[in-house]
Design a protein around this ligand. Structure first.
Ligand SMILES: Nc1ncnc2c1ncn2[C@@H]1O[C@H](COP(=O)(O)OP(=O)(O)OP(=O)(O)O)[C@@H](O)[C@H]1O
Length: 812
């Protein structure tokens, strides 16, 4: 069992290493070096090959004497050149070996221009086939001078001839050549015919033009050249009659003598036309009909074509030069955990003695020293029930009489009991150490957060996108704000401004102000608001409602794109499968951070709770994630509905067992030691983590670093939220109507869908104006009332009824 585990570990670690090798190969420096190396290698081979053709006989003796200093080669590139040429030309493919040099040259260019690996492989396949063919053909044509075909070409040719004879091999070689040209260069017989035909048509047209210039009195009817129909009449004397000449069916008697001769493939027909009433002069009308091949249907592959032409959509392009913050902005601390053997021994003795008092024998005890606490793992003697220890949990903690003792009986997944005892000297877990950890740097999570370190000193990384929302609680001064900063810092170190936006709610007005500096990079706000960081309650209500609108809009987009979540949506958008003209756009993740949730609930109550609950229930698929922090995790702050939708919880030290139960559904948070000591749960297990420490100067340095770089012209704008009280007055004067009112009414009635976003799309309006139009349409009785997230009902069945309604209005 243990072995099995080890082996799986090995496999996973080797697969973890893989990306780093690829990453090395993908760096621009490596590609430049490899690219130029290949270009020079190609030149090297080319010179060696050419030189070999002149000196190969003299150099024969030097081959295979590579290490003999006395032997000199005549090849321009010395013995290596001679040996390589001998290998590729003489023993290999003859002249065909030049294709290898050429192909190496192309590969060098491919690497420099960052072409796809698959493309390089394909081009090598074609080159190898061409080389083989050339070498066999040269062997076939010239069986005297073996250097042209090389031994391979010569031998294969000989071998094939024994089967098919010379004639057979000729046929095979020609057929292979044709197949190669057809497959490689997409040359087809029809294209060939088409080109011939085009050439002929051009020739004829030129001739006609020359004729016209020579005989200006001749009439000619020539339709537009592009549709390839040329009608020309032979010269006749009667000008007037010819100018009225019309091609009417009765007048045309096509004289196609052999009907069956016109094969399906024949694309050009010549019709001779006789005019009945004219007996002597027979005007000849020649009609050239060029039947074009049916157009290729490209709509299906439009996205592939776009991707081929422009590459995948890159959301980071606008800030392509954006530099992620460097590690040196973060402070480094001495993080070597000092193990004091005396302390360990003393703790062990106390644990053993205490348990003995309760008649619990210990078979084995093991200590794991973490940054702030040490975990003593105990295997009780056979026959002792774990439930007994669990029942004695409080007594044991009391007997050990140390703050921060937590008993885990049993440790999930193991049959052991854990007793966590705080270290006398705790070690700070720096943000630097968790951010620079391999685990965080190599994580492929959507929204990775390096929260801190576990008891076994491993970096603990979680994915906010998976949680999908996070609830944070802790008494004052226990590390909540530092925790929030750690979360935000993690995202800043890993996500480009195009990929994630923050909405920061900070009623305390001091905790998150530093993030103002990165407003135009990372923050999202309401359109008419000046400060992106929200500090007053009404704005919070507006922002939350606006987020609900954003959520509904995003769901509409997801529905239109027929995908289930933001990840799939963005992948589809990057592959250019979604048309921006239909309102599609790359969707960044939105992380809403609320510090001091209790304060908000106190002042705004239901107004805040309702949109939060809505977002918490629905926003997971469309990339809106909430992080809510509170000092008081009481039930009236964290209501049932909110709690149910925040499966991920972080508890810093709280003051009572009840608080611990409210936040974690279990005790333990009251036993923590503070200063970033936390318990994290995402459902079942509870992990004790030492939160990474990031202080204000560090955050300032990071925000300065980002803030000093080129930014977007403004913060990410959320949809405008129109307050119910100010927005829906029904008495709108006809004279005050928007200029686009009629057009809007027609769009709504035609589509039979009363939504502002439809107007936004069709009339290219802002949300505000579209909203006002909808209100006016409601006042006019064209659409029904507001029905939450559903589109309004359209009350007018068709355009005729709409005209009648508007006409009626005028008469009133
Ligand atoms: N992860 C940590 N490692 C070490 N020390 C920490 C850590 N987190 C917090 N501290 C210490 O605890 C102090 C208080 O932390 P913080 O300001 O985050 O508390 P808080 O819970 O936000 O308090 P309040 O709710 O009053 O704002 C910090 O100044 C710092 O000295």
């Amino acid at each position: 069992m243990a072995k099995k585990k080890q082996s799986t570990k090995k496999i996973s670690s080797s697969s973890e290493n893989k990306p780093s090798v690829f990453a090395f190969l993908k760096t621009k420096q490596t590609q430049t070096i490899i690219g130029f190396f290949l270009l020079f290698l190609a030149f090297f081979l080319c010179i060696a090959f050419i030189s070999f053709f002149f000196n190969w006989q003299e150099d024969q003796s030097t081959i295979s004497q590579l290490s003999n200093k006395a032997v000199k080669s005549k090849n321009l590139l010395g013995k290596i050149g001679a040996n390589l040429s001998h290998f590729f030309i003489y023993k290999g493919f003859g002249i065909g070996a030049f294709i290898i040099a050429f192909q190496i040259f192309r590969t060098g260019l491919f690497v420099l221009f960052q072409q796809k690996f698959a493309k390089i492989i394909i081009s090598w396949n074609w080159a190898l086939i061409a080389m083989l063919w050339l070498s066999i053909t040269l062997g076939f044509v010239n069986d005297k001078f073996a250097l042209l075909s090389g031994i391979i070409g010569f031998e294969i040719n000989e071998y094939l001839q024994t089967f098919t004879g010379k004639t057979g091999l000729t046929i095979i070689l020609i057929f292979v050549l044709i197949t190669y040209l057809v497959l490689r260069y997409k040359l087809t017989f029809h294209e060939f015919l088409e080109r011939l035909k085009q050439k002929r048509a051009e020739k004829e047209q030129k001739k006609q033009e020359e004729d016209e210039l020579e005989v200006p009195q001749n009439d000619s009817i020539e339709t537009d050249q592009s549709n390839k129909v040329n009608l020309t009449t032979t010269p006749t004397e009667d000008k007037k009659e010819k100018s009225e000449f019309e091609l009417s069916v009765e007048n045309l008697t096509p004289t196609i003598s052999k009907h069956s001769d016109v094969s399906a493939k024949k694309e050009k027909l010549t019709l001779t036309v006789e005019e009945k009433n004219e007996e002597d002069s027979e005007p000849e009308v020649e009609i050239d009909v060029a039947i074009h091949r049916e157009e290729e249907h490209e709509t299906e592959n439009l996205s592939d074509k776009l991707v081929k032409d422009f590459g995948e959509f890159d959301p980071t392009l606008e800030l392509a030069n954006f530099k992620f913050p460097t590690f040196n902005l973060l402070k480094q601390y001495n993080e070597t955990i000092s193990i004091d053997p005396e302390e360990l021994e003393a703790n062990k003795d106390r644990i053993v003695d205490t348990l003995k008092n309760y008649k619990i024998g210990i078979a084995e005890i093991k200590a794991t020293v973490g940054p702030t606490i040490t975990l003593y793992e105990i295997v009780p003697e056979a026959g002792i029930r774990i439930s007994k220890i669990k029942n004695l949990e409080d007594d044991i903690a009391l007997s050990l009489s140390a703050l921060g003792i937590r008993i885990i009986a049993p440790i999930p997944g193991k049959g052991t009991i854990g007793i966590e005892v705080p270290n006398k000297k705790s070690t700070i877990v720096s943000m630097h150490s968790v951010i620079s950890s391999k685990k965080f740097q190599e994580s492929t999570m959507e929204l990775p957060i390096a929260l801190g370190k576990t008891i076994s000193n491993e970096t603990f990384v979680i994915d906010l996108a998976k949680m999908p929302h996070l609830l944070m609680a802790g008494a004052t001064g226990q590390g909540k704000s530092v925790g929030l900063n750690a979360v935000l810092t993690s995202l800043l170190y890993k996500k480009h401004p195009a990929e994630v936006k923050f909405i920061l709610v900070d009623p305390k007005k001091v905790e998150l102000t530093l993030f103002n500096k990165i407003e135009r990079h990372y923050l999202a706000k309401l359109p008419d608001v000046e400060e992106a960081i929200i500090t007053d309650t009404t704005k919070v209500v507006h922002t939350l409602n606006s987020l609900c609108i954003e959520m509904d809009n995003r769901y509409d987009l997801l529905k239109a794109a027929m995908v289930r979540n933001i990840k799939e949506y963005n992948i589809k958008f990057k592959k250019r499968k979604l048309n921006p003209n239909d309102g599609h756009q790359f969707l960044p993740y939105i992380v809403l951070v609320i510090d001091e949730f209790a304060d908000l609930i106190m002042t705004a109550g239901k107004e805040v709770e309702t949109p939060i609950a809505r977002l918490a229930q629905l926003a997971r698929a469309i990339g809106i994630h909430l992080i809510v922090a509170t000092q008081r995790p009481s039930v009236n702050v964290i209501t049932g509905i909110i709690k149910a939708n925040f499966p991920a919880r972080i508890a810093f030290r709280v003051t009572s067992k009840i608080d611990s139960r409210t936040i974690l559904d279990a005790g333990g948070a009251d036993q923590l030691i503070g200063r970033g000591d936390l318990l994290y749960t995402a459902g079942n297990d509870i992990n004790r983590i030492q939160c990474a420490f990031v202080d204000t100067p560090e955050v300032e340095k990071i925000t300065d670093f980002i803030g000093s770089q080129k930014a977007y012209s403004e913060a990410f704008l959320l949809p405008e939220y129109v307050d119910d009280e100010s927005g829906t007055s029904i008495d709108i004067d006809i004279a005050d109507r928007d200029k686009l009112f009629k057009e809007a009414a027609e769009i709504i009635v035609t589509a039979q869908q009363g939504s502002a976003s439809l107007l936004q799309r069709k009339l290219k309006l802002g949300y505000n104006r579209a909203g006002r139009l909808i209100d006016q349409l409601e006042a006019a009785g064209i659409v029904g009332g507001f029905e939450g997230s559903k589109a309004r009902q359209v009350l007018v069945p068709d355009l005729v009824a709409l005209d009648a309604l508007l006409e009626n209005e005028k008469n009133i």
